[in-house]
Design a protein around this ligand. Structure first.
Ligand code: ZN
Length: 276
């Protein structure tokens, strides 16, 4: 059995059904309330989750606003053009090695946060986000999943003007405006998911499904991404990787986000994030 970890008002909480349990309280004070520290102890999170039925819930999820489950990663990577159909829709060549950029950790917000657009050319990109548990350097692909503490959902909101104003285009700035990284709703341990390599991901805008794919279609899979990144920089607990978006983005359809649009991003087994 695994765990589902949430961030409620800056405090780590375990989630079961409609209820949440403050982590520091249900652990008898043995685990920190800090979500960044809590993810360093996945075995204890699982053990406590298995016994949650014996505790009184701290509250109902419906009554609280969730924060980003990983609010302050040291490093926040993202991967461009990691699905063939997405590269095709943009008329881009598929990269021969992972095309990696940074979403500044300062852009991360909670799963229901409002995104603040600064131009009329902002776009959605629903993505699977990998969270590193045990850190390491030169991680072999075959060992990579052992370094993942869990998975969550991310929106790689992108300002295409800021992205393409430079020639050649750059990625970091146009994707790192404040609020451009909704994350959540919870961090789900990998063993909670039926097939970690094949997760259905959808993204709808105002109820119209724009993206519908499976993570099995990634060009560079999760182990490859972790292996590549860890050859360059030591990965530490809490580092996150936005693994790329499938086809169906707004830019290729002339459907940029408009003020008040509601973006709904779902990954089966993890949940849904909803951002205006
Ligand atoms: Zn992206």
């Amino acid at each position: 059995m695994g765990f589902r970890l949430a961030n409620i008002a800056g405090r780590a909480a375990l989630v079961a059904g409609e209820h949440y349990y403050d982590l520091q309280a249900v652990s008898g004070g043995s685990l920190s309330a800090d979500p960044m520290k809590a993810i360093a102890h996945p075995d204890q999170l699982s053990a406590i989750t298995a016994k949650l039925a014996g505790h009184t819930p701290t509250g109902n999820l419906a009554d609280v606003t969730l924060g980003a489950p990983v609010p302050h990663p040291q490093k926040s990577f993202a991967v461009g053009l990691n699905y063939q159909a997405h590269a095709d829709e943009g008329g881009m060549e598929v990269p021969k090695a992972p095309l990696v950029f940074t979403k500044f950790p300062s852009c991360l917000v909670g799963p229901t946060a409002t995104v603040e657009m600064r131009s009329d050319f902002c776009d959605y990109e629903g993505e699977l986000v990998v969270v590193i548990g045990k850190g390491g350097k030169d991680i072999a692909p075959g060992d990579a999943w052992n370094h993942v503490v869990g998975l969550t959902i991310g929106q790689d909101i992108s300002d295409r003007v800021a992205q393409f104003v430079a020639k050649p285009p750059h990625f970091d700035l146009g994707k790192s405006f404040d609020t451009f990284g909704p994350l959540g709703p919870v961090l789900v341990s990998v063993d909670e998911l039926p097939d970690r390599d094949n997760l259905r991901i959808t993204c709808a805008v105002n109820g119209e499904v724009r993206q519908d794919a499976t993570t099995a279609a990634m060009i560079f899979d999760v182990p490859t991404l972790i292996s590549c990144l860890s050859r360059i920089t030591t990965l530490v607990t809490g580092d996150i990787i936005f693994t790329g978006t499938p086809d169906g983005i707004g830019a290729t359809q002339g459907k940029f986000l408009r003020d008040g649009d509601v973006i709904t991003t779902t990954i089966d087994g993890i949940g849904t994030i909803t951002n205006r």
